[in-house]
Write a protein that binds this ligand. Sequence first.
Ligand code: SF4
Length: 234
Amino acid sequence: MRIRVSGTHFPLETLGPGRRLGIWLQGCPLACPGCMSRHTWDAESGESVDVEALLELWRSALGRGAAGMTVSGGEPLAQPAALAELLRGAARLRTAWTRPGTTDDGLPADLLVYTGYEESELDTSRRTALASADAVVTGRFRVAEPTGLVWRGSANQRLTPRTGLGRVRYAPHLDREADGPAVQIVVESAQASDGPAGPLSVRLLGVPRRGELLYFERWLRERGLRLRERSWRP
Ligand code: SF4
């Protein structure tokens, strides 16, 4: 089955416990004001890949000690059948591929999904898609409701464990305030192997605290660096 993806990254350290495989799906119909990922809204953009290719990344991440997978977006539930297949396959593989002793709590790798839908909006098809998720963060991003809660962008968003593994792994984090870096910065070059240097692409992975994006822009400007496009600006 094909799935449309905005990007992937390992190790992701700012969206869930431990070092994780991050998968950002493409397409979001919810259009929250203040969203930092407007580049993920267009359902025709990004890259169409086979779910099996993402599971291959998952195998590789588990072999390198991944504590879990985080699926975000975009809106993962905009592709419910493909998301279900991805999570089902990931749950099956983790048993065989999680390296003993690589997670702090000795538990298998977990599956965390971010959705902008509220719990009350999870109809049968969306619940089926989330059947293999160990924990879910639900709710629109609301720019006027900042929060210090770890891994959440606004105070209305709920982190809800859905399995036994999820309940054990996420219990210490449900009401925990963030105490480390909220954002991971990844810089990628578009340079072809033998061609001229292309523009740099800077990816901010995580949930920035209020004002951090403006601070980041100013910090770059003061060092003579200009952002040509910003995914958080219309
Ligand atoms: S914050 Fe999430 S749910 Fe809201 S528009 Fe952005 S990608 Fe979509």
